[in-house]
Design a protein around this ligand. Structure first.
Ligand code: ZN
Length: 110
């Protein structure tokens, strides 16, 4: 289904989570792991982790951190359309290839 989508997602993109327990949320991509095919999305899929004791917190503690999501569960989100959209490649006059929203043509690369 979303086989092609994975190549379109880049760090810094706003994505829409379209499957799994975080379905319906949007957030900014913080990290991509092409090997594991996962993405970490800001403020989505928090998981609890035990942190090691530090000078500040000698007992250690529990920190909440964003966990990875399967890259096939996220789609690029167009802030102009306000929905998850498919994207297309667009060739600019200067020869640069950018990604644009299929619906409104908004360029998603900065
Ligand atoms: Zn759009």
């Amino acid at each position: 289904m979303a086989v092609h989508a994975k190549m379109h997602i880049k760090k810094g993109d706003t994505v829409f989570i379209n499957a799994g327990k975080e379905k319906g949320k949007t957030g900014k991509v913080l990290k991509i792991d092409p090997e594991k095919k996962t993405v970490v999305v800001e403020k989505v899929n928090f998981i609890k982790r035990h942190s090691r004791p530090t000078a500040k917190a000698p007992q250690g503690g529990i920190i909440e951190k964003e966990g990875p999501l399967n890259i096939t569960n996220v789609s690029v989100f167009c802030s102009k359309c306000n929905v998850a959209v498919r994207i297309r490649k667009k060739l600019l006059d200067d020869g640069k290839r950018v990604r644009a929203c299929v619906k409104c043509g908004e360029i998603l690369d900065r």
